[in-house]
Ligand binder design. Sequence first.
Ligand SMILES: Cc1cc2nc3c(=O)[nH]c(=O)nc-3n(C[C@H](O)[C@H](O)[C@H](O)COP(=O)(O)OP(=O)(O)OC[C@H]3O[C@@H](n4cnc5c(N)ncnc54)[C@H](O)[C@@H]3O)c2cc1C
Length: 531
Amino acid sequence: MEENIFNREHLVNSLPNTSKWDVIIIGGGATGLGVAVDSVTRGYKTLLLEQVDYAKGTSSRSTKLVHGGVRYLAQGNIDLVREALHERGLLEKNAPHLVKNQSFVIPNYRWWEGIYYTIGLKAYDFLAGKLSLGKSTHINKTKTVERLSTLRKKGLYGGVVYKDGQFDDSRLAINLAQTAIENGATLLNHFKVTDLIQDPKGKITGVNAQDTETSKEYAFASDLVINATGVFSDEILKMQKKDARKSIVPSQGVHLVFDKSFLPGDDAIMIPKTDDGRVLFAVPWHDKVLVGTTDTNLDDHSLEPQAQEQEIEFILKTFNNYLDKPVKRSDVRSIFAGLRPLAAPKDDSEKTKEISRSHKIIVSESGLLTITGGKWTTYRRMAQDTINKAISLKKLPKKTCQTKDLAIHGAKPTEDRSSYLYIYGTDQEALAALTASNPELGQKLHPRLPFTKAEVVFAARNEMARTVEDVLARRVRALFLDADAALSMTEEVADLLAKELNKDEVWKQNQIQQFKKLASQYCIDASPVSA
Ligand SMILES: Cc1cc2nc3c(=O)[nH]c(=O)nc-3n(C[C@H](O)[C@H](O)[C@H](O)COP(=O)(O)OP(=O)(O)OC[C@H]3O[C@@H](n4cnc5c(N)ncnc54)[C@H](O)[C@@H]3O)c2cc1C
């Protein structure tokens, strides 16, 4: 029988075969996974360790846009926008099953907005060059209402339509992990880096890590360690130098998810300037509507950031300003928060919105490379820059980047998105074969969501899912789409996974308990203290 290259046991057992790695990457979010794909496809021996699961951090909590950032254009950050638009075009080509061409409408409630945004968006189209996803246009009030039937009609002048990319963030993360493994890298989730190994001169020579499933400790050798831990970067920087300067400021962004009936049709809404000068999106996503985000400075970070009451109120109020039929708290299907790993300013007086959204590579005296900031859209470019930096520092022999035209696992031209399974790309066939081999697996896990038992088994066998949360949060997106429905699926998923992964009843009960606790945080509190 053919060896399953995504089997965790097989990957763990193969670790002793490599006595020294060319590159060790800490962190399995967009940034780390991008670096792993770049590194291994240049031919370097690559190891990536992720403490929980791929995209457990910020990379599963984005607004799901592959975009240049209309807002950065308004701020005059032309280079950042041009770079991101270029990357948007590459990603649409390399992962067409995941990146979809999405039209956005900016509704105009002031007479001058139509002209103002049409001109601005023409510049956006221009910067995309050959990789443009389509021209932006001005539409009148009747057309705007035809496209956005739930939009507030009173005071509406018209709208400006533009195109951007829309994707599934954690699915892309899993597909990137698979791409790296298929090219010969070793990637392990649920594997935490606990310390950096340094020689007497302080130079980094490897990492200590723990397999959190077995508690077994490991030491891995490499002259190049890359810190791609997002908002956790400073913890790794402190492992090599206790008084390392703060490099990250976390800024929290919250999203609320509603039923599609609040925004029927195919268009997204882009609100370019909310009451406090932010951008707010309402985006169709897996037959729901995702609305966000906020931008709240935080002093601290965690793996499960919590939405603040004022952030929830802000989104509800702002979204309702644009709707004829208001949404209520009880309409919220899921609520999730993510932390932007913004590069810290040198001068502490700068505010979050002005802090650089472009990426930054820090080279520490110990030899540690830290890659921070940036966005999902630019993950490939960030990876290329990081490995190029390592080459320029003579930490790696020179080899050229291969990722510009590299197809990502599952890549398949995708026009027809009528079945939600399009997201699996070329894996759709294997999933269908699994269901055909055991028709019981075709049963849905919950009447409100399309996901089936087969997807749980598939996630365990082919997508490195190890826990109920891995499946329901990041393989199928149940937790992010309808947290209450995800809660109801817990026992069934734990049961299927226990059988697949050969786990006992104690493991199963632990999983059920842990996931229920987590999922309850994604359900909105119907009567908050301050409401
Ligand atoms: C609210 C919000 C909306 C956004 N929307 C968009 C968008 O629409 N489009 C876009 O392009 N970008 C968007 N972004 C930005 C984008 O999501 C981030 O730039 C990107 O996900 C950051 O990825 P990362 O890999 O650097 O960090 P993370 O995804 O946080 O990954 C870091 C990983 O490191 C792991 N880790 C930490 N410590 C250790 C350790 N000791 N050992 C092993 N592993 C460790 C963590 O578990 C984590 O998985 C958004 C960001 C936010 C917050």
